[in-house]
Write a protein that binds this ligand. Structure first.
Ligand code: 5GP
Ligand code: MN
Length: 349
């Protein structure tokens, strides 16, 4: 492929100095660890497995390390089964990070997002490179490639590979991983997806031989029976508060048990209420443990749910897709939400 066939902006997304420094770091390294955020999603896993594959094609001893396991729905992705997770193989993870010359941090902007991997990475003497698209990184690294305007870390990774002249190391399997990340972080190109350059990337990935229709089927259109049931139940019980233009979905620990919930079963649930024209933002609260509620939020337009998550639920994310946690019961989390709703009316346009 010839870089000259691309619009010039495609070659200048990342400054040349950063690209060159990362190239030098890779060429000077032998053992490379690639990691992404806890509860990894399609973008985190897609970008990490793709980069690992490229590094291996370059002859590096590369491995993906994560804090916890990939969701079942993404286990089919090439390379996901080779991931070493802290929950399953703590000793191996310690060895890998301690022995690494270089650590790539993908799809997160704060070391807190890798859970208990954070202290291991902090202790390691390895060089560190961040490639991410979340706002305002608060992470220390030798090179930080942070582009919040790019819709997925996977697309940003592709652009990096392009600028580094490393697309030649990307095989079909790794191209499928990049496509998966681009697809999942844009709801199959239904939001954050008006950048024409995205479709140039897809063109290239398809030229690598990916079956994009099958990836859609596998990732976005395949559900377990428990997932179909629990999503239907949660939506049936949804609360819509029109005065605040908000929809609230919740599942308590008894309900999760009754529906035989397993990780990933509620993926995409929080997006559903946004189909209602009067709903500007949507909140989903799931009681993962007796004193821990996982919170996901989505919004339309200018209303920033990352602001709500940061200010009220110790979290963050993107303007239209964010998350956080509440330490306490589901009913206390719901009470807190109802209490803070009026504070955000002023941001509803
Ligand atoms: P989801 O709702 O799919 O879990 O997450 C949506 C977005 O919010 C993702 O970009 C994710 O990185 C971010 N996010 C989710 N949970 C948390 C959290 O607890 N803390 C922070 N800082 N970001 C989160
Ligand atoms: Mn992402």
């Amino acid at each position: 492929m010839n870089n000259n066939s691309r619009p010039s902006r495609f070659n200048t997304v990342i400054d040349n100095d950063s690209v060159e420094r990362v190239k030098q770091f890779v060429l000077a390294s032998r053992h490379v660890v690639v990691t992404c955020h806890v509860s990894p999603d399609g973008d985190a896993l897609g970008s990490s497995t793709a980069l690992c594959s490229v590094l291996r094609a370059m002859g590096k001893d590369a491995v993906v390390v994560t804090a916890d396991c990939a969701p079942k729905a993404l286990q089919f992705l090439p390379g996901v089964r080779d991931i070493v997770t802290l929950t399953r193989q703590p000793e191996r993870v310690r060895e890998l990070i301690a022995g690494a010359d270089l650590v790539f941090c993908l799809d997160f902007n704060d070391l807190g997002r890798v859970d208990r991997l954070a202290s291991l990475i902090e202790l390691s003497g390895a060089r560190r490179v961040v490639i991410d698209h979340h706002l305002s990184p608060v992470i220390e690294a030798d090179v930080i490639i942070s582009r919040p305007e790019v819709s997925s870390t996977s697309a940003l990774l592709y652009i990096f590979l392009w600028q580094a002249y490393w697309v030649r190391y990307l095989n079909r399997a790794a191209a499928a991983c990049i496509y998966t990340g681009m697809m999942t972080d844009t709801g199959n190109f239904s939001y954050n997806s008006n950048d024409p350059d995205l479709y140039l990337i897809i063109y290239d990935l398809m030229r690598k031989g990916i079956d994009k229709d099958n990836l859609y089927k596998l990732v976005m259109d395949t559900s377990s029976e428990s997932s179909v049931r629990i999503m239907g139940y949660a939506q049936y019980r949804m609360q819509v508060i029109r005065d605040h233009r908000v929809a609230i979905l919740s599942l308590n620990s008894d309900e999760l048990k009754e529906f035989e919930y397993s990780k990933g079963d509620t993926e995409g649930l929080v997006n559903r209420p946004l189909a209602i024209p009067d709903v500007t933002w949507s909140v989903f609260m799931r009681e993962d443990a007796p004193d821990l509620v996982k919170i996901s939020m989505r919004s339309k337009g200018d209303f920033s749910v990352s602001r709500v998550c940061e200010e009220c639920f110790g979290g963050g994310g993107h303007a239209n897709a964010a998350g956080g946690e509440f330490k306490g019961s589901l009913s206390d989390a719901l009470s807190k939400l109802l209490e803070i709703l009026p504070n955000y009316d002023k941001y509803l346009s």
